[in-house]
Design a protein around this ligand. Sequence first.
Ligand SMILES: [Cu+2]
Length: 459
Amino acid sequence: MNGNWVLRTGMGLVLASVAIATGVACDDKAPLANEQVPLVAPPNVPPALRRIPERVVVPLEAVEKQVEIAPGVQYRVWTFNGSVPGPMIRVKEGDSVEIRLKNRTDSEMTHSIDLHAVNGPGGGAGATTVAPGEEKAFEFKALAPGLYVYHCAAGIVADHIANGMYGAILVEPSAGLPRVDHEFYVGQSEFYTTGDTNEKGLQTQDTAKLLAENPTYVVFNGSTKGLAGDNMLKAKVGETVRIYVANGGPNFTSSFHVIGEIFDKAWNFGSFSAPIQNVQTVLVPPGGAVIVQFRVDVPGDYKLVDHALSRASKGGVGILRVEGAARPQIFDVIGTAAAGAATPGTSGATATPAAVSVPDSGTLKVTMKDNLFEPRAIAAKAGQTVTFDIPNAGKAIHNVRIADAAGSYESAASVVSDPELISPGKTGKLTFKAATTPGTFKFRCDVHPDVMTGTIAVQ
Ligand SMILES: [Cu+2]
C-alpha cells in the first residue's frame, strides 16, 4: 500500500487515438505520449491496459531503508520504490518504455536495473548504473509479451537481490488478458542474516551464508508476514484469482503451490503461450516467473508455499482467505456437526478432551507438537495469573495466541507467546490474567490456525 500512485492523465489515450485516426505510425521516432505508468506496491497489481501501444514512462527510485522482515527482526533492505519486491510494472506489447532510475541521495550503494523484458545490453543495467543522488534513463521496445523479473545488477548482483532489489514487469499481450476477479502479485526471495532464523534485533547480511546458498529466511513479499496477518490475500467463494509469481531468488527455485487448490491454468515461465491446465505445483526459477489462475470453490484459509517445505519454517508461508458459504457438494468434513471439534469454544464440549486445570502455582506446561497442543483443553480459575511454558516438541515453527473475549485473534487484546514464533527445540512463555468472570477463550497457533487450536475455560 506504500507504493506510488502516479495517476494516469488520460492524455495518452487521447493522443494515441488521434495518431491512429490520422495514420501516424507508432514508431520509435514519433512517440505518442509520455504517460507515467501506475506503480503499486505488492501484492497489488496495476489495472489492465488500453489496447493501443504508447510511449510510457516508469519512474523508479532506489531506496535503502530498515524494515521488519520477521517479528522483531530488523534488516536494512535495498529496494525499488520502497517495497520488496519492487512495484509490478505493467506495460503493453509494443509500448516504448522509458525506464528512469533515480538513486536517493541518502543511499549508501550504487544501484541499477536489469529488466528481463528488454532486448538490449544488460537489460538496461549499464545504462542505469546510478551512484547515490544520480538519475539515469533508457528506453526499450516491449517486443515480447510475458511476465518478467527485473533486478538490480550493480556490485555483487546476488547481494543486491538478496537485499530486496527485484520485482516483476508484465508485458501484457496485445489482445489483453481474460478478466478475473482478483489479480495478486507475489514475489519470493531469500534473506541471509548473521543471526539465526527469528533471532531478534537488527541483522546484517551474512556473505558466507549467501555464497553457500544457505538462507536464513525464504519469504513471500519481503517478510514472514508479507502475505499473512494484515497482508493476507482475500477472495470470495466462486471468484477467480490470478497470481503473478516472480522469483527474485537469488538462489532457490520455488516449487510454488497453494495448499488445497489446483491451478486451473498456469502460464509456465511467464510465457503467454498456451497455458497448461490442472496443475498442482509450478516451478519458478530465480530470475523467472509463472502466472497461475484458479477459481476458489470452498471457503477457508489456503496457504501459499514453496513446496520444498523445509523453507516454510524460514518464513515462506502466505494465506489466501476465502470467505463465503460452505459448498458440501465439493468439500465436506464427515461428521463435523456431531464432533464440533473444528470450532473449539462453541458447542464442542462432548468431543473436546477432559480439561487440564492450571495448578495453583499458575504455571502449566503446554507442549506444541506438529498439528496439536497438549493439553488443548485447559481450565483456569477466574482472575488467576497463568503462565504457559511452551516447549516446541515439533519440527515446524509454532506459537500460541489467545483470542480476545470476542473470539478475535486480530485485535490488540489477543495475547501472543514470547517469542512470537518458537523454533523447534525452543521453549516460549505466555503469561496472562484469566478473566474475572467465567467464559471460554480460544487459543491457536498462528502458523497452523486450522489444526492447532485449543480452549481455556475460565471457571
Ligand atoms: Cu542495488
